[in-house]
Design a protein. Structure first.
Length: 190
């Protein structure tokens, strides 16, 4: 099984002289570098759409392995895996979010193993592919798209990712998910 840790320090490392603080956004704790407002996320694909979750809500990213199905579980629970001796429940994010479209091009499914701050149980989320670990500033994030407490969307904001193609700037939109709230809503089923 191919395993690699998400190395958040290799991406736009903050100044060592600036202390980090923990801030609350909705129900999600996230780390920002003081005075800069940088947000680090893991970007991934579901169908043909781009999504992201806070880097500090992830433990590692692994290649997809054989998943043992569990009987009488909700449709979005794919089953369990043995991750180095720890039973880990695997949730299919596309099923959970009712995304029916398949990814274009070559698909390299990955499992993002969530940090213990998200849930007491070991949980991995199955995604079509993991693209990168990226850092964004507050100017890159539209928080007006943030979900209200009564909504089922669980969105913290929309990230505008600038891409330079043939000397022109293009913006991709990345949906920043509130993974803690999403998992909390289904935790009794895990």
């Amino acid at each position: 099984m191919g395993t690699f840790l998400v190395d958040f320090q290799s991406q736009d490392k903050p100044d060592d002289n600036v202390p980090e603080t923990k801030q609350k956004t909705s129900n999600t704790a996230r780390f920002v570098t003081k005075n800069t407002g940088n947000l680090q996320v893991v970007e991934f694909i579901l169908g043909n759409e781009l999504f992201a979750i806070d880097l500090f809500d992830t433990r590692e990213v692994i290649n997809t392995t054989e998943i043992t199905p569990l009987p009488n579980t909700p449709f979005f629970i794919k089953g369990i895996i043995d991750l180095r001796g720890i039973i880990t429940t695997i949730i299919d994010m596309k099923e959970m979010m009712h995304i029916t479209r398949e990814a274009d091009g070559k698909k390299r499914s990955r499992i993002i193993v969530l940090d213990s701050t998200v849930s007491e149980k070991m949980i991995g989320v199955l995604v079509d592919d993991v693209l990168a670990v990226s850092t964004y500033t507050d100017e890159d994030i539209d928080r007006d798209a943030q979900t209200s407490k009564n909504s089922e969307r669980d969105i913290l904001g929309i990230i505008r990712k600038k891409i330079r193609i043939h000397e022109k700037d293009k913006h991709d939109l990345i949906i920043w998910l509130d993974i803690k709230t999403m998992i909390h809503k289904v935790e009794q089923d895990l």
